[in-house]
Design a protein around this ligand. Sequence first.
Ligand SMILES: N[C@@H](CCC(=O)N[C@@H](CS)C(=O)NCC(=O)O)C(=O)O
Length: 201
Amino acid sequence: MIKLYHFPLSTNSRKVRIVLIEKGLEFERINIDLGKKEQKNPDYLKVHPFGQVPALDDEGFVVYDSTIINEYLEDEYPYPPLLPKDSDGRARARLMEDFRDNYFNPPFVEIIHEVRKPEEQRDLKLIEHAKAEITKCFDRIEKELQGKEYLAGSFSLADIAYMPNFDLIERFSIPVDPKHKNMLAWTVRLKARPSFAASAQ
Ligand SMILES: N[C@@H](CCC(=O)N[C@@H](CS)C(=O)NCC(=O)O)C(=O)O
């Protein structure tokens, strides 16, 4: 059976859980407790050389990095497809996934690090700056969704990449301007998918 090394609260772990659930794949969850730094244990470093979650073991084939894992799952278990068929659509999906990984998610990670600290030690300026960076990303997402229900046309790995961050938008009270109508409707559409609730842990 597929084994997923993950941490329930990690956004990158949830990206992979959503894909496994969308593809109807059974998997065993192996908890790597980031709070206890288990990701740096020598045994786990044999699975993931950079000591991070997620990592996946498919009958002895080990792969890490959420984006690479999801590409692997798409190649190995192509049904239901989670990338468009045409190369333009596939490239668009990958660009939006890259945007999530490199621009949208990092400010969330910064906020998570700050809110873990005792209140008096938190860098409020840094938190505000991170929130502003996230809000800038909303503008891009809104534009990308113009005339479309999903980022790459049909539901794909690109949409899935953003789903784990939806709960954090609420938790950190990041306002979404009502003018971002496409993005708000897309959020509702994605949250209604059974994989959203089923991937929470
Ligand atoms: N590019 C990697 C990033 C993985 C990553 O940053 N994982 C975080 C949790 S979401 C982690 O393991 N943090 C603990 C650490 O880096 O020590 C991916 O997409 O899998």
